[in-house]
Ligand binder design. Sequence first.
Ligand SMILES: [Zn+2]
Ligand SMILES: [Zn+2]
Length: 309
Amino acid sequence: MRQGEVASKGSWTGNPLGGVTAPEALILPDPATRFSRTAERLEALSTGHPMADWLRFMARLAQAQHIAATTLRPIVGPEPAAVQQAVDAGMPPLAADGHRRDPVWRDGLAVLLDRMEGDAIPAPARTIVAKLRELHAEALEALADDFLLGGVAPDDAGAALYVAAALQVYFTRLAAALPAAFLQLLPERGLCPCCGSTPVSGVVTASGSTPGTRYLYCSLCATAWNHVRAVCITCGQSRSLSLKGIESDTGAVKAETCDDCHTYAKMLYQAQDMKVDPFADDLASLGLDMLVAEAGWLRHAPNPLLLIG
Ligand SMILES: [Zn+2]
Ligand SMILES: [Zn+2]
């Protein structure tokens, strides 16, 4: 199997003389395009979709994230020595549950709340936005901690959408500023090497010098990392994997199910559609999640923007 890389912010490190090239182990996100691409793709996928209104709402949120990601003041990331220390210990340098947040993430939340108002937004969402605006810093930090530690209370699920979206902006900007040369994949290959979060989906490339590589995309910081194909991303077994899709669609989105650990993860195939986006296509293929869940497989990890179910 030939392996390739996804053209992104990272420079290409292939061998110009030809021969076998190794895929890049990880590709840091580019905050200038990460959210605008998702917004564009969600808009495109909404046409004729049974959940068109919701996808357009999520496109609007992604567009608001783009504005936050490209206009907020710079964040000071961890010192290179601290990054090196974490990497040497096999730990993610931005460990989402242990990282001390810069309050700028709340400025990002304010940008999102400003953009998610008006008649285009359904009334229940406007109520949640209005409530969030009244919360003090400590309450917002507590919501962020609950989200990052996986303990969002059912009553807070609506608010958690915006908190999660603001934290995606924050961690994406932080990851983008990490010293790429220091970073390494974690011993636990199913987790993000920058922040330790679970992936939202995987993309199997069809472009670049060596197509056919699988990259998992971090659900929080959008870092992409190489993960061997035909190995379950949850339990590492390869005995009982299979791909399930919806017959009537393009075949670009499949659920990779594992009968060893009874989980599944979404995989997107550029060979079927070069425009797949790991965040947008995951949301737009909720129907596939429902089918696979009904058949008894558990999703490997939730999409952070879908905690409300
Ligand atoms: Zn991450
Ligand atoms: Zn498994």
